[in-house]
Every structure is written in C-alpha cells, then in structure tokens.
Design a protein around this ligand. Structure first.
Ligand code: PLP
Length: 420
C-alpha cells in the first residue's frame, strides 16, 4: 500500500527526473512517442500479476477470464486497424516479433534477404551481430547511389542468385514509401515469403497515410510504440491461416513464456485510440510536420537524404556543414533537442561517428506542435549545427544556451502529463 516515493526514493527520483526531461526537451527520436495516460494506466495495472501462457480460451493457467477479455480486445482492434484476419499481440518487442516469424517459417541455415543496416534496415533483418545474421545465411540489399531509394533491381538480382526463403521489406531509417507490390513480385519469382516489418510506419498504415503491406505481404510485423503510439511491444499480422497457426506456436511455446498481460492490455487501449477519428488527423499532422522540418532544414543549408520525406522521419546529411553525427547529437542534447546520430547511405564515417542524424515528428506532434513549431525547431537545429561548424566539436556554448532557453519556453507552451 506504500507508494513508490516512500519505498524507493532513489528509483522514484529517476522516474521524476525522466518525466522532467521529457517535459523540458524536444523529442525528435523518430522511434519514440508520448503515450496517453490511459495507456500508462493499463500498463501499470494489476494485469502484471497474471500468468496466462497460451492464447485466449486455451490457457495453461486458471483465472484467465479477464485477461482473455483484454487480449481479445487487442486482437480484434489490431485486425480492424490493419484490415487483416489474424493478429498475435504477444511479442514482447519488435525484435521478438521478427524472431517469432523466423521461428515460424525458417530453419537455421536458411537464406534470408533483408536491407542492410547502413542503408536503413534493422539489426533483426540479417545484420552480423544479431541472431538473424548468425543463425541464417543473411544476404543484404541496399539503396541506389543516385536516388538513395531501395534498389529493387539489386533485390531481384540477389533473390535470383541466392534463392532466399524469406525477403524482408522495411527498416528503421527509410523516409520514402516502399513498393510492396514489386517486393512481392520478386518474392514470388523465387518462391520466398515476403515479410514486411512496418515497425516505423505502422501508425501511418493504420491511418491510411501509407500503403498497407496487405495483400502483398505473407506476414507483417510491427512495434507498437513508435508511430502507433502504444506501449513498448511487438505484434505479428497475417491473412494466411497456415502461417497464423505457425506464428502462434512460434511465439508460445516457441520463443516466449507467459505473455505480458499488462502490456497487452495497454496495446488494446492504444489500438482503440488509433481507431478514433482523431488518430487520422494526428498522422496527417505527423507527416506535414516532418515535411516542414525537412524543408526548413534544407533552407538552412543541410541536405536531407532523398530531398525530403513521405513519412514521419528523415535522415539529415550533415556533410554540407562539415560536422559529424555524434558531435551534433551531443550539441543538440545540450540545447535540449533530443535525436540520434545515424549513418547515411554510403557513409564514410564509422557507425559510432556518422555523417548524419535521424529526426522524426511523432512525439512533438503528440504534444501539439504544428508546422510553425517544427520550422522553428529546424532553425534552432541549424543554429546549433552552425555553432559546431564554426567552433569545433565542443560547439558554441552561448548559442546552445540561448536555444535551450527558447526550447524550454516552447515546451512549457505545450505541456505533457500535466496531471502527473
Ligand atoms: N524493426 C524495425 C524496423 C525497427 O525500427 C525496430 C526498432 O527500432 C525493431 C524492429 C525492433 O523493435 P524493438 O526495439 O521493440 O525490439
């Protein structure tokens, strides 16, 4: 009955400080968002106490009648949101959703074809240090040098040469719309499964602002915490009954034990929110804001990979200013603008340094920023970057302090979690 503040002041202090950080900083990490109070309530509920191995109506534990309601709500809402016949809402993360699909459809040693990390793919799509790169014969495709868009001709050539059992579309730093029909055509040529990992743009698919992976994908995975604005977690979707059966066995008992029922309840809440009309307006604003940010950054002398974005994210090429991604991430952090360094395609710098940063609009849009605010943010970024360019890696302290003060004033005009 005692509160966290009473029982564990050290931990409480960390939570309070994190709330303060989120309130006072502009969050531009493309994979983050700000969930509703309702999502947090579900995630902080008594459902965390419950073991529920199995699936609704067929559990290995008693007393599951209420968590069954929660999981069924999550499943039904997910199917409605994405217009498909099956959803497994149990994966604990996006990585485990992908691992679940691999467990369902592949054998160790099979060949997979995914986008390389340095072109914008994700670790779980066959990168060397990841299990997907160790347990499978992972072939990687990239983008073309002239367009910086996925190289579909290369994908086709690699597919014909290596005969993969699965082709993966999607990634973590792809600003433009993917051609799922072409990917499926290639998959069909070689008899491969097409997996679409829509972790980044799932919210845009749900609102109709990005093409659906279906009917092209045999199976799709996503995280639930990025544009979808739910709790941290993953999900697997398909329209194919045989694949659905294999996916259920792969997640449990294949790779997971008891599902996180409190997180699944929070997924249900978030999916319910995404079915409301306001979610469509939100996602349209997410894209408009990203485009305003990209446009204003280019006016300030920075390059944007592919000259803009169709989505919530962009890759900023810092080379016109002669600064590095790691230094820029730190300098912007000192000015209370949070982002991550990110390699750009064909980057000559190491992943720990990089020539780019990745920026996204979902979190800022949730707190109410519109295009005017995002143009202002672009101007601040350019000021800080110009300070770095003129003064070296330590930046210009006066500029960073001035920007931080202005950033904090903007954040106060758009408060988050006022009730906490
Ligand atoms: N797939 C893609 C495309 C991602 O961008 C991410 C997260 O960054 C993941 C999978 C993995 O999600 P998680 O971090 O929840 O394991």
């Amino acid at each position: 009955t005692r509160s966290l503040a009473d029982t564990d002041p050290d931990l409480m202090q960390a939570v309070t400080s994190e709330l303060g950080r989120q309130r006072d900083e502009i969050e531009l990490i493309a994979s983050e968002n700000i969930v509703s109070k309702a999502v947090m309530e579900a995630q902080g509920s008594v459902l965390t106490n419950k073991y529920a191995e199995g699936y609704p109506g067929r559990r290995y534990y008693g007393g599951c009648q209420y968590v069954d309601v929660a999981e069924n709500l999550a499943i039904d809402r997910a199917k409605e949101l994405f217009g498909c016949g099956f959803a497994n809402v149990q994966p604990n993360s996006g990585s485990q959703a992908n691992q679940g699909v691999f467990t369902a459809l592949l054998q160790p040693g099979d060949t997979i074809l995914g986008m390389s990390l340095d072109a914008g793919g994700h670790l779980t799509h066959g990168a060397r240090p990841n299990q997907s790169g160790k347990w499978f014969n992972a072939i990687q495709y990239g983008v073309t040098r002239d367009t910086l868009l996925p190289d579909y001709d290369q994908i086709e050539a690699l597919a014909k040469e290596h005969q993969p059992k699965m082709i993966i579309a999607g990634g973590s730093a792809i600003p433009r719309i993917l051609d799922f029909a072409r990917m499926r055509e290639i998959a069909d040529m070689v008899g491969a499964f097409l997996l679409v990992d829509m972790a980044h743009f799932a919210g845009l698919v749900a609102s109709g602002d990005y093409p659906s992976p279906f009917p092209h994908a045999h199976v799709a995975t996503t995280t639930t915490h990025k544009t979808l604005r739910g709790p941290r977690g993953g999900m697997i979707l398909t329209d194919d009954e045989a694949i659905a059966k294999k996916v259920n066995s792969a997640i449990f008992p294949g790779i997971q034990g008891g599902p996180l029922m409190h997180v699944i309840a929070a997924k249900a809440v978030a999916f319910g929110e995404a079915l409301q009309p306001g979610f469509k307006a939100y996602q349209k604003q997410v894209i408009a804001n990203a485009q305003a940010l990209a446009d204003q950054l280019m006016k300030g002398g920075l390059d944007i990979v592919t000259d803009g974005t169709d989505t919530h994210l962009m890759l900023v090429d810092l080379r016109p200013k002669g600064v590095k991604g790691n230094d820029t991430e730190k300098a912007l952090g000192r000015a209370h603008i949070t982002c991550n360094k990110n390699g750009i395609p064909f980057d000559d710098e190491k992943p720990t340094i990089t020539s780019g940063i990745r920026l996204g609009s979902p979190a800022g849009t949730t707190r109410g920023f519109g295009e005017d605010e995002f143009r202002q943010i672009a101007d601040w970024i350019v000021e800080v970057v110009d300070g770095l360019a003129a003064n070296g890696p330590d930046g210009n302290e006066a500029v960073e302090t001035k920007v931080r003060t202005e950033v904090e004033a903007l954040c106060q005009r758009f408060p988050i979690y006022p009730e906490l």
